[in-house]
Design a protein around this ligand. Sequence first.
Ligand code: FAD
Length: 392
Amino acid sequence: MPGAEGGRVVVVGASLGGLRAAEQLRAAGHTGEVTVIGDEPHPPYNRPPLSKEVLAAEVSFDRVAFRMRAGVADVGWRLGTAVTAADLAARTVRLADGTEIAYDALVIATGLRPRRLAVPGTGPSRHVVRTLDDAAALRARLRPGTRLAVVGAGFIGCEVAATARTLGADVTVVAPESEPMLRPLGPDLGAELRRRHGERGVRFLLGRTIARFTGDGLELSDGSAVPADVVVEAVGSVPCVEWLEGNGLDLSDGVLCDGALRVEGRPEVVAVGDVARFPNPRYDDVPRRVEHWSIPTDTAKHAARTLLGQDVGPFMPLPSFWSDQYGMRLQSFGAPNLGDGDIRVLEGDLGGEVVLGYHRDGRLVGVVMIGCTRSQVGYRKRLLDDVRTPTS
Ligand code: FAD
């Protein structure tokens, strides 16, 4: 490794990225040992339903578990065990129980954990939504009439608000931005989504932050009070990289990788999924993390071939994400967040089904659609075919 097809690969993180890495190593011809280590007690499962179906009703684990393909039948799983340290020079990882495991190649797939609010006070029951256990704990608190304050108006905050409303909770969303989902979607679509939430009874208190928790809920930066029994903190995520400290890596925002997903100076170490910060020449040469479900699969496919020394050309995935809120599906292709504010309605109208185009220097870099499902293939193809050349 790299280049050899035997050798021991250790994958740290047993979620979508870790599973796909194991599958792709086998698919690319790796015959050596593969061990996947994860700190959650569960085998890999799907996170998107956690703020949607799994929050709305108890579902069996089978409904969210990823199917184990035959190709990974011989992969070793060490679940419920965190990796606490890595020595990349010695090629070992250390587990929480003190065990040391040696590797020939390492896949970093430790994803993210929720950022927590650093404000004083106690009072309401505080929750985050990242794991199956988080979703179950929150669901147990949601009843008709529960006063829920969601802090943060990004995708997860808005999905939790929508699901909680369908359960009859009394929902208030508090966020510092002027509109929900402002950064990825822009002000007009953000305002339209706020209107749609408002129609269903969600209150938005925007342009404000949390000053402190009180016995009866929250006090905001403008002094106003938000009564709440339950608070969901949906204020972004932090990459799980502490276990890699001390190895001289750039861990300033996830794990910095090159265009082949190799960690700098370590040809036998790659990163995949939410934790990987990599350049995408489709847009520019700036390394970024991408927190979409499509990325663990795309990165795992490329990273496995990198480890095996197979040249598969430049890595330039087309990101895509979706969000479900009240049965309305928002679908995105490309990188709307990289637009420069030039947002155009390409089809339909904002109040109904719509396709918005996000441009940078006049070039279409992403689309976001509500409905208009018949047009999806066409827009996706248009974005896929538009490969940036050095002069464009
Ligand atoms: P993760 O899924 O974060 O997995 C990392 C794993 O590593 C975790 O199990 C973690 O516990 C484990 N780990 C961390 N540190 C260690 C350690 N030191 N030792 C061992 N194990 C460790 N995307 C969409 O496109 N559409 C959606 O609608 C959507 N909805 C979402 C809803 C929710 C509530 C969440 C949380 C995410 C959603 N996403 C959605 C994003 C998508 O689920 C992620 O992009 C995807 O899960 C990333 O997979 P990953 O394997 O890279 O990281």
